[in-house]
Ligand binder design. Structure first.
Ligand SMILES: Cc1cc2nc3c(=O)[nH]c(=O)nc-3n(C[C@H](O)[C@H](O)[C@H](O)COP(=O)(O)O)c2cc1C
Ligand code: SF4
Ligand code: FES
Length: 572
């Protein structure tokens, strides 16, 4: 069909209505495609082209976007309305996710579409899945598929602290009704904002700087320095962006923070806006966290109704929730901003950094959920109190996840500087019966493989140099049955699947490394494979455009360093 024929045809009224609802704003492209898919079950190429026409965009732009995100399905004709997405992330892999997927295929493959997906942030329910968007798991019990009526199960509440926990950010978990602002306010919510509004923005900013708060999204950048840069930057408008993409495998702390105490996060965002003079903010939350996105929207409405945003600056503050659509790379701050602006989530060149050229080229704070959640406590109780929480070089507390072959997998809050041994024994409940510690993956997929010799290294934001990455605080504990070669293969597959493809070293390098690791894990290695792996790791780290490719090298390098003999044995 020629373009002229297409343009003469009237647009589908459903698509027109969606476009009108967003004032035909091209930035709403992703949101409109998401809504259309929710209504129709899946997208088709003609429907995507019609959305483009309705927004006055080239069809290629809409098609490029629709095929970028894993939660959008562009199929020639609508197929199965029911979709089961089974996680293949490391915690679920360890709990036989492939068995669950095969059993689901056999029993339900005719009526449901069964897909593989990267970590869903449901690692404490491994093997986990999303069934028609609903969080589900564990899908297996003693290696058998659980009954259909039990698929959704229950999510863990974490209401009771473990012995030895220091709860600051999790203090209100289980003590407040997360859907009631009154309940949160009775337990102290918005008192810090009330206090701050009686002080100057500069006082708030100085307190954050003095506290030594550092980013909890993985890189540990000083938060005060970031905020100061935004406060001083020139721009027509300033923005606050909360990174709730939480797609790092083995990490689900932000989900628990939002689920159990959304007002803590909202108060942190409002304080940030006050400190740097921002009028508008966004919470970019991964599309798989729909229940949490809806909870945030309810909480924002309540905060607005209570007038909490009215006195922030001269014009007040507006906060929006923006849903992602399935792409690990959208956690990278510049890819996130692209996605927020309705584009494919491909990273931008840095510098310039978001502090001067962020959302729409304006000064923008991008911080992680956990980082913002610290802010009300610092403002309420002061920097000195905050620094006293941790004996380690990094002030404050951290939320950790401990998973794998331990008795008590889950999540807890404690100061920085714990050793891996303490994490396993004091918080993970020790190794499972019959299980002996063999190694751990620390920091997330973009972390380090750690051998027994490093069990007593205190872990904090500087310990990567000593071989134990903290990253976003995730620890996967593996016993003697797990092969480091097989885990390295799983991690490299994840990076290959999630690579955005913008740069060649990452697009090709992750795939090549995965192919070699696949061979090695099957005992089909070839002479020279290890040398080639080491060369690829170096290439990824030094030549990749963004942190995804650069950090894909970390687990591989540490695996080769500590388990070289096991890798060598796989090379024929
Ligand atoms: C591939 C990749 C994925 C990332 N994913 C996340 C994420 O899911 N959540 C997050 O807060 N930061 C993530 N980051 C880090 C962000 O780019 C950014 O540093 C962070 O949001 C800054 O917030 P913070 O200073 O509070 O940590 C990711 C980085 C990379 C390279
Ligand atoms: S390193 Fe990977 S994710 Fe990052 S820009 Fe290059 S291809 Fe994309
Ligand atoms: S939900 Fe499967 S590894 Fe995280």
């Amino acid at each position: 069909m020629s373009t002229s024929t297409l343009t003469r045809q009237p647009l589908d009224p459903e698509i027109v209505a969606l476009a009108e609802r967003h004032q035909r704003n091209p930035e709403a492209l992703l949101t409109i495609l998401q809504a259309l898919q929710a209504a129709r079950g899946s997208l088709t190429p003609p429907a995507v082209a019609e959305v483009a026409r309705a927004l006055n965009l080239p069809a290629a732009r809409a098609y490029g976007l629709a095929t970028f995100y894993s939660m959008l399905a562009v199929t020639p004709a609508p197929d199965a309305r029911h979709v089961i997405r089974v996680c293949d992330g490391p915690a679920c892999w360890l709990k036989n996710a492939s068995l669950a997927r095969a059993a689901l295929e056999t029993e339900f493959g005719r009526e449901w579409r069964i897909e593989r997906t990267s970590c869903l942030g449901l690692c404490d329910r491994a093997p986990a899945g999303l069934i028609d968007g609903k969080p589900s798991g564990p899908l297996l019990s003693e290696n058998r598929l659980v009954e259909r009526r039990n698929w959704n199960g229950e999510s863990r509440a974490y209401a009771r602290p473990l012995p030895g926990e220091t709860r600051v950010l999790l203090a209100r978990v289980g003590q407040v009704n997360p859907d009631s602002i009154e309940s949160a306010m009775q337990r102290g919510a918005y008192r810090a904002l009330q206090k701050a509004l009686g002080q100057s923005p500069e006082t708030v900013l100085a307190e954050i700087e003095a506290s030594g708060l550092s980013g909890r999204g993985g890189a540990g950048f000083p938060t005060g320095r970031k905020w100061r840069a935004v406060a001083q930057a020139r721009g027509e408008a300033k923005y606050i962006v909360c990174n709730a993409d939480e797609s790092e495998p083995l990490v689900f702390k932000d989900r628990v923070l939002v689920d159990s105490d959304p007002h803590q996060l909202i108060e942190g965002l409002a304080l940030a806006a006050y400190a740097v003079g921002a009028r508008e903010g966004f919470i970019y939350i991964r599309g798989e966290y729909e229940p949490q996105a809806a909870r945030l929207e309810r909480a924002i409405q309540q905060a607005e109704a209570h007038g909490w945003f009215e006195h922030i600056g001269e014009h007040g503050f507006t906060l929006h929730v923006h849903r992602g659509a399935g792409a690990y790379i959208c956690g990278e701050e510049t890819a996130l901003l692209e996605s927020l602006e309705g584009q494919r989530g491909e990273p931008r060149t840095r510098p310039p950094y978001p502090v001067t050229h962020g959302y729409h080229g304006q000064p923008t704070i991008v911080n992680n959920v956990e980082t913002f959640c610290n802010v009300p406590h610092i403002v309420a109780q002061g920097a000195a109190w905050y620094r006293s929480l941790s004996g380690a070089a990094t002030p404050g507390t951290k939320i950790y996840t401990v998973l794998g072959h331990v008795n008590r997998p889950g999540l807890f809050e404690a100061p920085f500087g714990l050793t891996l041994r303490q994490i396993i024994d004091d918080f993970g409940g020790g190794m499972l019966p019959e299980a002996m510690f063999s190694f751990a993956l620390t920091g997330g997929a973009a972390g380090t493989l750690v051998p027994p010799a490093l069990l007593d290294i205190p872990v904090d934001q500087a310990s990567t140099a000593r071989g134990v990455a903290l990253g976003a605080g995730a620890f996967l504990i593996c016993d003697q049955t797990v092969s480091p070669v097989a885990l390295a293969r799983e991690l490299m597959r994840f990076f290959a699947v999630e690579s955005c493809g913008k740069c060649t070293p990452c697009r090709i390098g992750t795939n090549e490394a995965h192919l070699i690791l696949e061979r090695l894990a099957e005992g089909q290695g070839r002479a020279g494979d290890l040398l080639e792996l080491a060369r690829l790791a170096e290439l990824l780290q030094t030549a990749s455009f963004c942190g995804l490719g650069q950090s894909a090298a970390l687990p591989l390098k540490s695996a080769l360093k500590h388990f070289g003999d096991i890798f060598e044995a796989c090379e024929n």
